[in-house]
Design a protein around this ligand. Sequence first.
Ligand code: SF4
Length: 411
Amino acid sequence: MTNRVAIARVASGDVESAVREAVHLAGGFDQLIDSGSRVLIKPNQCKPSPRHCGCMTDGDVVEAVTKLVLERTPASVVIGDGAIAGYDFAGFSTQEAFDSSGVTEVAKRLGVELRNLNKDFFEEVRVPDALVMDTVRIARTALDSDVIISIPVLKTHIRTHATLALKNMKGVMPGAEKRKSHRLGLDMAIVDLCAVVRPHYAIIDATVGMEGLWQHPQDTKEMGLIVAGSDALYVDVVGAALMGIDPSQVMHFHYMADREGKSVALDGVDIVGERLEDHRQVFTTGFDVFRSRYPEVTIVQGESACSGCTNELVSAITYLKQAGYGEQMTGLTVVVGDAADSGAREKVVALGKCAAELPGASAYVPGCPPKEAEMVRTLAEVCGADPETVMATMAQARMKLWNASSDAIER
Ligand code: SF4
């Protein structure tokens, strides 16, 4: 591992050349992969989304990385991930994520195995010098790999500010473990996870990034870059800086740097290729965007709040507004995670198992995570909106997204 991180620009839409250039500038795979290597390529396939919207690692980047790996003629190559929060149901499954990002086609084309890690075998592993997780359950595929290449997409995150190569490793844990990591403290849990399965190489798909609430198209950010390096911490530091995020504000960078005797300061990174200053943008955080877009709603997050609830909630609120109930949402307070109090006395919705004991809630949506339809209906009822109208709006919006996704795959 070195502190060198390469930034390459995607010229004329040629993603493969940019990936090759970035990996070459960062030192290549020669020292990393040999004929005995079992390689796991780990893209971010968090939830089915249209291509090129910045939500998932795109198939073009996965294809370019996989070709580079195959050129080293390793013993085995698997492309694997498990969708967000570990639940795999219709509309949100890992397979649909693979399909919509173009990764299914890539695996077929290159003859590489594609694996849904939510359905893998898991093994409990002790974490050395644990911060919050003494043990962690990990997909066998990851434990059996000699080389793990993390390929995140460039995104902000509502709890950790940035979600990049280190946090991307959450995809190798089963759903219950993913949720536990949120309860125990996500930033420290990421470092514990990476103490067991630290990526050996990181390549950020910064062709298109995503800010704010991960809503397409308004939160999509065109970047046209690939970032690569052998030390995922330094790659993530550069990725955060490209989004205009001060790396010192990302706590899991700090914990990881402390553990490894490193620094998160940008001037400690040897950046080669494109100049960072020429490409830095300002990505807004999830809560900044939420507050400006939905000033009528308050979200209270307890310590245990995780993306299993928050992502669905943001979608539900969006559909309520799209259905014409923006005014009725005024004064709505939604509690996610184990908050002690909502701070409000009416129109309070407690969301998910973590918030089951919330005092004074007007309504409670059970589950971990709660079912989306149940959440939409409950929010609609509390706001005095017609749940069927909101559900119909949601179905139409989904259909539009899927059509956009299929079109992109065919193109
Ligand atoms: S109830 Fe919601 S916030 Fe709590 S762990 Fe489950 S998904 Fe996460």
